[in-house]
Design a protein around this ligand. Structure first.
Ligand code: PEP
Ligand code: MG
Length: 759
C-alpha cells in the first residue's frame, strides 16, 4: 500500500497543473481502491460552496456544475465536521441531497474525507460503491492518508492560481486579482520591484522558467555546453581506460551517443523555441527523459534515468558558467528563492535590492536578521509561492504583514507606492532623533546599541545615533569567505569596526556557526543542528580557530580599548572557564610577542539557552556583563525551531515564559552588579522594547534600521508607564493577549506607524 501511495503522490506532484492533478487523483484512487466512483470537491470560500472539480463515476458534465453550499449534503457534512463520513447507504441519510443529472443515485456506500491543510479545509475526497456495504478500516486509512498527503499539493496549486485557472476553464468568473500570498513578516518595509529568482547552482529542480532574451544565443549556449561535456567525457574515458573494465567504459560511449544523437538536443531547442530560456528548457527535457526511463519496467533501463540526470547536471554546470546565461539584476530587484543565502544577497549590485521573498525560513532566520540590518524588506516562509513561475514579474513585498503581491494591479501598486512614500517620510521624520538621547519622558536613559556583522553597514550605523555596537556577529565575514580568514585579515576587519565607533563600546562576539549558519568550507552534517555542534562548542573543540580569532580581536583593540568580547551559546560554567583560560593565554602570548601590554577587554556571555537563565547568578559572577539572545532563548524555551515556517506562529518572544526568564536574568545579573542587556531581535520590536525598559535592562541592541523607531518608543513613554505596562502584561498568561495589549498601547501613544506600513 505504501508503495502505491508513494507512486500516486509522485505522479500527482508531477502533473503540470491542478486540473490534471485532480483528474489523476480520481482515476488512481478509483483504480487502487476498486470502487465505482471517486470525486474531488474543492471549497470555494468566495461563494461558500464545495465545487465538484473532478470525477470518475458521476456524469462528466457535472464537473463545475455540482455545487453544494457549505454544510449542504453529505459532502457539506464532511466539511462541516472536518472528519470522515463512512455510511452504507447514502440516499437513506438524513443529510443526503440529490443533485439531478449527476448520476449519483446509482451509488450507495459512501466514504468522504476532508482535505485539510494547516487547519484549513480545502475540499472533500469521496469514494462510492454501488453496493450498500460500508468501507473497511484499511480503506478508511488509505483515504485519510492520501487526502493528508494531497493537501499540500492542492494548497500550493491553489495559491499559484491553479483553482483560478480551473474556474476559468469552467466558464466561471475568475477570483479577484491581487489576492496576496501570505508568508511571514521577515524584515519591515515595503519593496516594489522585479522578481529575480535565484537558486543554488548545479540543481536542475530549482531552475525557474524565464523568457529568453535572444533564443539564438540560448541555442548557441546549449551547443557550447554540450561540446564541453563531450570533451570532458572523452578525457575521463581515456583516463580510466586502464582502470575500468570494458563494460563500465561503455557507459561513457552511451553518454556520448546520447549527446550526439540529437535526442536531448532537439527537445531542448524545441523548448527554447517555445519560449523558455536554455536552463529551463534543459530542466524540462531532462525531467521528461528521466520520467520515461523511470517508468520502464526493466530495472536496468529504469536505472539509466540516473545517467540522464547526471548528463543534465554536467550540461547545466557549463551553462551556469556561461556569462550569456548569467543572472541580470534590474534596478529594483526582488530576490526570490526557496532559500536565500548570504552570498545570494551579496551578489546583488549595491543599491539594487528592493526586497526578498523566501519560501523557507522565518522571522528569526539569520537571513531575515541580515535583511533587517540592511533595511531590506523581507517575507519569509512564503511556502505557496510558485517560485519557478515568477521570474521577471512585478512584485510587491510587504515586510510588515508578510504579504507578497505578484503582478499587482494599478490600484494595488498605487497604494503601496503611497505607503512606501510614507515610510520614507516617517524615516525622515525620525532622522532628527539621532542627535537626541534615548531617554524616557521622566529622564531615564537607556543606551541603544546596534547589531552588525557587515563592514558595509558600519558607516550608516555610525550615523544612526547609536551609542555603540551591542553585537557584532563575526561569523558573517566567515560566511562569505572561501576558507577560514587568517589572523591578519580578521584583525583588519575588527580594527575597522572598533575604530569606527571608538571610544564607544564595540561588542565582538566570537564565532557562532552551526545551526542555520554553516560555512561552505566547514560543512557540518547533523540531524538536529540547532541542538548540536554550535557556537562555543565548536570553538572550544577547535582552539586553533578560536585562538586565531581571539588574538585578532585583542590585537585590533590595541590603543583603542573599546572592545567587549562576547561568548555565544554558553550552557555551563565550564565553557566560560575554558574560554577565559584561552582568552588569558591569547592575551599573554600576544603581549609578549608585541612587547607591549595589551588592554584587557570586558568579557560577557550570551544568555540564550534555558540552562543559562537558571544559572545566570553563576555566570554573572564569572564575567563582566550578560547579553540576552532572545532569538535562541525563545527557540529553546518554546521548543520552536526559529527557522521553521510551519511553526513560526508559535515563535513569539512576548510569550509569558520568555518574559519571566528575562526578568530572572535581570535580577541575577543586577544582584552581582553586572550589566544586563538584550541583543536578540526582541530589542528592536517596538512592543517588546517598552517591556524591556520596564524590566530595567541596562541597554538594548538592535539592527540599525530599527534604532530610530525604538528611540521614538523610549522617548514616548515614562519609565513608570513602562513598569505599569510590564505589570499588566505579567498578569496575562496568553501571548496573543499580551501582543494585542501592547499593540493597543503603542497605538494609544501615537506609535501605530511603527508596526505597520505607512504613517
Ligand atoms: C540570539 O540568539 O538572540 C542572538 C542575538 O544570536 P543569533 O541571532 O546570532 O543566534
Ligand atoms: Mg543566538
Amino acid at each position: 500500500m505504501l508503495e502505491t501511495l508513494r507512486k500516486i503522490i509522485e505522479e500527482v506532484n508531477r502533473a503540470p497543473d491542478l486540473t490534471q492533478a485532480l483528474t489523476l487523483i480520481v482515476h488512481r484512487v478509483k483504480e487502487t481502491m476498486a470502487v465505482d466512483l471517486c470525486s474531488v470537491y474543492l471549497s470555494d470560500y468566495d461563494k461558500n460552496q464545495h465545487v465538484l472539480m473532478a470525477t470518475e463515476g458521476l456524469n462528466p458534465d457535472s464537473v463545475g456544475q455540482v455545487r453544494l453550499g457549505f454544510g449542504e449534503g453529505l459532502v457539506g457534512l464532511v466539511g462541516e465536521r472536518n472528519e470522515p463520513l463512512n455510511i452504507d447507504d447514502a440516499p437513506q441519510h438524513l443529510r443526503y441531497r440529490y443533485c439531478p443529472g449527476s448520476g449519483e443515485e446509482q451509488y450507495h456506500a459512501f466514504l468522504g474525507v476532508p482535505i485539510v491543510h494547516h487547519r484549513r479545509l480545502l475540499g472533500v475526497l469521496v469514494v462510492q460503491r454501488r453496493n450498500p456495504i460500508p468501507f473497511g478500516e484499511t480503506e478508511l486509512s488509505f483515504m485519510i492518508t492520501i487526502a493528508a498527503q494531497l493537501a499540500g499539493g492542492i494548497a500550493h496549486a491553489e495559491a499559484s492560481g491553479g483553482i483560478r485557472g480551473l474556474r476559468q476553464t469552467l466558464g466561471e468568473p475568475s477570483l479577484p486579482e491581487n489576492r496576496p500570498l501570505q508568508g511571514l513578516a521577515g524584515a519591515p518595509g515595503v519593496g516594489i520591484g522585479t522578481a529575480v529568482v535565484v537558486y543554488p547552482q548545479a540543481d536542475l529542480d530549482v531552475i525557474p522558467d524565464r523568457l529568453p532574451d535572444d533564443p539564438a544565443q540560448e541555442e548557441a549556449a546549449f551547443y557550447d555546453a554540450v561540446d564541453a561535456v563531450k570533451k570532458d567525457i572523452r578525457k575521463l574515458s581515456a583516463r580510466l581506460e586502464k582502470v575500468l573494465p570494458a563494460e563500465d567504459l561503455a557507459l561513457f560511449d552511451a553518454y556520448l551517443m546520447l549527446l550526439d544523437s540529437g535526442t536531448l538536443g532537439n527537445k531542448v531547442i524545441e523548448h527554447i523555441r517555445a519560449g523558455n530560456w536554455v536552463q529551463g528548457a534543459l530542466r524540462d527535457t531532462i525531467n521528461e527523459h528521466v520520467r520515461t526511463f523511470k517508468e520502464m519496467d526493466d530495472p536496468y533501463l529504469s536505472e539509466r534515468s540516473d545517467d540522464i540526470r547526471d548528463l543534465g547536471l554536467r550540461i547545466l554546470a557549463y551553462l551556469q558558467e556561461n556569462p550569456r546565461t548569467q543572472t541580470r539584476y534590474p534596478q529594483r530587484s526582488v530576490l526570490v528563492a526557496e532559500e536565500i543565502t548570504a552570498t545570494m544577497l551579496a551578489d546583488v549590485p549595491a543599491g539594487q535590492l528592493a526586497g526578498i521573498v523566501s519560501t523557507r525560513g522565518s522571522r528569526s532566520s539569520h537571513i531575515a536578521i541580515l535583511c533587517r540590518a540592511m533595511g531590506v524588506p523581507a517575507v519569509m516562509g512564503a511556502k505557496n509561492l510558485p517560485v519557478s513561475r515568477v521570474d521577471g514579474r512585478e512584485m510587491i513585498v510587504d515586510g510588515y504583514t508578510g504579504r507578497v503581491y505578484i503582478s499587482p494591479s494599478d490600484e494595488v501598486r498605487t497604494e503601496f507606492t503611497r505607503l512606501l512614500q510614507e515610510d520614507t517620510e516617517l524615516a525622515a521624520d525620525l532622522s532628527h532623533l539621532h542627535e537626541l538621547p534615548a531617554e524616557t519622558t521622566d529622564g531615564v536613559r537607556i543606551p541603544l546599541y546596534i547589531n552588525s556583522g557587515l563592514i558595509a553597514d558600519i558607516t550608516p550605523s555610525r550615523n544612526s545615533g547609536a551609542e555603540g555596537i551591542g553585537l557584532y556577529r563575526t561569523e558573517f565575514p566567515f560566511l562569505v569567505a572561501e576558507h577560514f580568514p587568517g589572523e591578519k585579515q580578521q584583525r583588519q576587519i575588527y580594527r575597522t569596526v572598533l575604530k569606527s565607533f571608538a571610544p564607544l563600546p564595540v561588542t565582538l562576539r566570537t564565532l557562532d556557526v552551526g545551526g542555520d549558519k554553516s560555512l561552505p568550507y566547514f560543512p557540518i552534517e547533523e540531524d538536529n543542528p540547532f541542538l548540536g555542534w554550535r557556537g562555543i562548542r565548536i570553538t572550544l573543540d577547535h582552539p586553533e580557530i578560536f585562538l586565531v580569532q581571539l588574538r585578532a580581536m585583542l590585537h585590533a583593540n590595541h590603543t583603542l580599548g573599546n572592545l567587549r568580547l562576547l561568548l555565544p551559546m554558553i550552557s555551563s560554567v565550564s565553557e566560560i572557564d575554558e574560554s577565559l583560560q584561552l582568552i588569558r593565554r591569547a592575551h599573554q602570548e600576544l603581549s609578549e610577542e608585541l612587547g607591549e601590554h595589551l588592554e584587557k577587554p570586558q568579557i560577557g556571555v550570551m544568555v540564550e539557552i534555558p540552562a543559562a537563565v537558571y544559572q545566570a547568578d553563576a555566570l554573572a559572577q564569572r564575567v563582566d556583563f550578560l547579553s540576552i539572545g532572545s532569538n535562541d532563548l525563545t527557540q529553546y524555551l518554546l521548543a520552536v525551531d526559529r527557522n521553521n515556517s510551519r511553526v513560526a506562529d508559535l515563535f513569539d518572544s512576548l510569550h509569558p515564559a520568555v518574559l519571566r526568564a528575562l526578568l530572572q536574568v535581570v535580577e541575577h545579573g543586577h544582584r552581582f552588579g553586572k550589566e544586563v542587556s538584550v541583543c536578540g531581535e526582541m530589542a528592536g520590536d517596538p512592543a517588546a522594547a517598552v517591556l524591556l525598559l520596564g524590566m530595567g535592562m541596562d541597554s538594548l541592541s538592535m539592527t540599525v534600521s530599527g534604532l530610530p523607531r525604538i528611540k521614538w518608543v523610549i522617548r514616548s513613554f515614562s519609565k513608570q508607564e513602562a513598569v505599569a505596562l510590564l505589570n499588566e502584561v505579567l498578569a496575562m498568561d496568553d501571548v496573543h493577549l499580551i501582543r494585542q495589549h501592547l499593540t493597543h498601547a503603542l497605538e494609544q501613544a501615537g506609535l501605530g506607524g511603527l508596526i505597520r506600513a505607512g504613517k
